[in-house]
Design a protein around this ligand. Structure first.
Ligand SMILES: [Zn+2]
Length: 807
């Protein structure tokens, strides 16, 4: 509104007819007409000028604002009255190497109401009751929102699933409430395999990727949200479409990993098994690696957590200490104040849980500590002393330098003294004099010290660096730990000796399997990686993993020699014979190292890390597998026991899966388990012919024409050399029950004999290599001793070599 300057000094009428003009300060001046005339003419001219100047200025200003800066001010106005609705970008999916989704999204809905659109009380009641019925939110809560009558957007429920959202849409349509109730789609992260590779895949919080791949590849996965910008009038109603724009978003990219769901499943199952059997207080971890490309096929840590509920702790974790009060060694774990590992964190939480309520600070602090520890990817973020598995590396140095051959003889002198420090061989009394190949298979410490001394301090250190042991692997996962090792100036005779068998330096399990893979792939240091490529929405790669080796460290010929020595040890009497898998050539080395930073009251280390690294097939290695069992608490603490059999089980499942065929020796064929055919319903004569052709021993009970029952049942595991199939026919029915004998601690042949004598069918599994008959013992049986089973039923025993002390 423009104002005339003449009106500024408003004229008042006096009640007596005079006019008063208010002046500054409120003084009043009475005037007479004569004087006024001259005065007005002068004053009017001045005012007129002022008026013109001001009017011109105003016009110019208005021209500037309304014409020249029109767009600018319109945009400001629009910003003030417009509403931006974010259309969240779909986060990129994470797949395994076959395209199986490991992390994906599904659509959920937010249901909200626009209280200011609600027309009357009846409509409000209808909305509150209707939404409450569908969504399960109380009528009172919905009414609280509906009563906020100024608002255009009050959330009633988030993360609503498809079914409820559809019901709400129907309710809206039926009652013509499209201006009052809204259903807004959004996406929710979903992990179809729950706890599979949880620490590796990671999860997402409101700030983006929290762990693992979700964190490391967040920038590719996030995408850019789209935006609807809608202008609103003073009452919040949308204005014409002229004022509506849509800024298109960009969905996240697909991250293709090298993981394989099937291989990961095989590894996870064994990690869980050895954790439960060894009661490893600092958790177990394992990796399966493609030794040629460096692609991680599987990586796991147990105990784990569910990626769909990452803030929940599984109750089974708290069972870690069940039975500890009965064991002095386990008691020491709990009593040691310097103990800052997983056991401590679990123990703290367990105690806090008993003393404090869940809403206390103490509780939440202990809870978060346990969560963070459980989220940690042990294979990448935690260090250990590798122990004897490192002997593979020491050996390759000496062979590369042509200092030894597999047949060079060494003498195990125990204790072996280095600069006054006594270093004992794990074998009481020592290994005597023998060929290097045998001494390596037996994991003799004094032999490896002598080898390292031949290599010499400087060359050993150079190889140590060249194999990558002084740096991170560069794996594309967050929080990789750096190795802890001596500077060259601190790397003296004692360190040379202890490094030779993998002690007094610390590395991560991913570092160790990468080192051993260098020997497995013919001498090339590779870069382990978890993502092979990232592709955009059009299928174009925007990132590719570098699978080129960093360098060749040792010759392929040297590697072949080591493959041969290790495989021979597994197939015969080497310390790693628990990794034997019938029909496959496995090269393996076990290790058991001391935990040096946790000592008991007498200053002695009492905790161990048992591990095994293997690669196969030993004549053309494709994959390597490591399992690290950190601080086992059972009587068997050695890598040969707590890791090797589980590595074998992984290999047995993975090798056929990746297309490596079994090749049986005659000896293996004789021990091989097959499955029994199902003869029930077949003519007895045909069954007999078939069994004769297959070389199966049999019994026939009854004299009918047709097989009515058989033991073992069709499809059961069966051993041709020691088993018998019993067929029933006619009126004969199986009615003879046998009590299963106790087989624990027996050798393979002893157990076999006892099972056959009882009229049952033996199936021997576990350690079954060429020397197992003599030294492997039954560690478990199924069914349990004392069970009552039908004559001819199968009894499965698992053998394991006990007593290999691979320090
Ligand atoms: Zn020895």
């Amino acid at each position: 509104m423009s104002v005339c300057i003449l009106c500024l000094g408003r004229a008042y009428k006096y009640t007596d007819g005079r006019t008063k003009v208010p002046l500054r300060g409120g003084a009043e001046v009475a005037t007479n007409a004569r004087r006024i005339n001259g005065f007005i003419s002068k004053r009017a001219i001045i005012l007129l000028f002022a008026c013109i100047i001001l009017a011109l200025g105003l016009t110019a200003r208005l021209f500037y604002l309304q014409v020249l800066r029109y767009d600018y001010y319109e945009s400001i106005v629009l910003n003030n009255v417009s509403a931006t609705t974010t259309v969240s970008a779909s986060r990129g999916v994470i797949t395994d190497r076959n395209g199986v989704q490991l992390a994906s999204n599904y659509t959920v809905y937010r249901i909200f109401i626009a209280p200011r659109e609600i027309e009357n009380e009846d409509q409000k009641t209808l909305i509150c009751q209707g939404l409450s019925d569908i969504l399960g939110v109380s009528v009172e809560k919905i009414r609280e929102q509906a009563d906020m009558s100024y608002y255009a957007d009050r959330t009633i429920k988030k993360n609503v699933e498809e079914e409820q959202a559809s019901a709400v849409k129907e309710f809206i349509a039926d009652n013509k409430l499209s201006r009052q109730i809204y259903v807004e789609p959004s996406t929710k992260r979903y992990y179809p395999y729950n706890d599979l590779a949880a620490q590796v895949i990671g999860f997402v919080s409101t700030d983006g990727g929290m762990l693992g791949i979700e964190k490391r590849y967040d920038k590719y996965l996030t995408g850019t949200p789209g935006r609807y910008i809608t202008a609103r009038d003073a009452w919040g109603k949308s204005m014409t479409s002229k004022y509506e724009t849509y800024v298109e978003g960009q969905d996240g990219y697909t991250v293709e990993t090298t993981l394989d769901v099937k291989i990961q499943g095989a590894l996870d199952a064994q990690l869980e098994k050895t954790y439960n059997e060894s009661k490893a207080t600092n958790r177990v971890t394992g990796i399966v690696l493609d030794v040629n490309t460096g692609g991680v096929l599987a990586m796991g840590t147990y105990p784990s957590f569910d990626l769909n509920n990452p803030y929940e702790i599984d109750d089974s974790i708290l069972e870690l200490f069940d039975g500890y009060e009965e064991d002095a060694n386990q008691q020491r774990v709990l009593e040691n104040d310097n103990y800052s590992n997983y056991a401590e964190v679990v123990y703290d939480f367990k105690n806090i849980k008993e003393q404090y309520s869940p809403d206390s600070d103490e509780y939440s602090e202990a809870y978060m500590n346990l969560l963070y520890s459980t989220w940690k990817n042990k294979s990448v973020s935690e260090l250990y002393e590798p122990g004897s598995t490192f002997k593979v590396i020491t050996t390759s140095m000496a062979l590369e330098e042509n200092l030894i051959t597999p047949d060079t003889e060494f003498t195990c002198t125990t204790p072996y003294v280095v600069e006054g420090i006594k270093i004992r061989c794990h074998k009481y009394g020592g290994h005597g004099t023998n060929k290097f190949r045998w001494l390596l298979q037996q994991s003799c410490n004094p032999t490896l010290i002598q080898i390292a001394q031949l290599v010499g301090r400087e060359k050993f250190y150079n190889y140590f660096e060249a194999f990558g042991y002084t740096s991170q692997t560069g794996i594309d996962l967050p929080a990789e730990s750096s190795p802890i090792y001596h500077n060259f100036s601190g790397f003296n005779a004692v360190e040379l000796a202890t490094y030779s068998f993998g002690q007094t330096f610390k590395i991560s399990p991913i570092r160790q399997i990468t080192g051993v893979s260098t020997v497995a792939n013919g001498g090339y240091l590779i870069t382990p990686h978890i993502v092979s490529r990232v592709v955009d929405g059009n299928g174009n790669p925007v990132y590719n993993a570098n699978e080129e080796p960093q360098r060749q460290v040792v010759s392929t010929e040297v590697c072949r020699t080591i493959w041969d020595i290790l495989e021979e040890g597994v197939a015969t009497d080497g310390g790693a014979k628990n990794t034997y898998v019938p029909g496959y050539k496995i090269a393996a080395k076990t290790g058991t190292s001391e935990v040096r930073d946790v000592l008991d009251d007498n200053g002695n280390s009492f905790l161990r890390v048992g591990s095994t690294v293997a690669f196969a097939p030993a004549d053309d290695p494709q994959i390597a597998c490591i399992i690290v069992c950190d601080e086992p608490m059972t009587s068997q603490i050695y890598g040969a026991y707590v890791a090797a059999p589980y590595v074998a089980a992984v290999m047995e499942e993975v090798l056929p899966y990746i297309g490596v065929e079994r090749q049986w020796s005659d000896e293996e064929r004789a021990k091989m388990n097959t499955t029994v055919r199902d003869y029930v319903g077949a003519p007895v004569a045909n069954a007999i012919t078939n069994m004769k052709n297959l070389g199966i021993k049999y019994n026939i009970v009854g004299n009918g024409e047709e097989v009515t029952y058989q033991a073992p049942a069709g499809g059961s595991a069966f051993n041709k050399s020691s088993g018998t199939v019993t067929l029933y026919s006619g009126d004969a029915v199986p009615n003879r029950y046998i009590t299963v004998p106790n087989l624990e601690g027996l050798s393979a042949s002893g157990a076999n004999q006892r099972i056959v004598n009882a009229g049952l069918n033996p199936v021997i599994t576990g350690a079954t290599n060429s020397v197992s008959d003599a030294t492997a013992l039954v560690v478990s049986q199924e069914p349990a001793a004392g069970s009552s089973v039908l004559y001819g039923s199968t009894v499965t025993v698992t053998l394991r070599f006990i007593g290999d002390t691979d320090a």
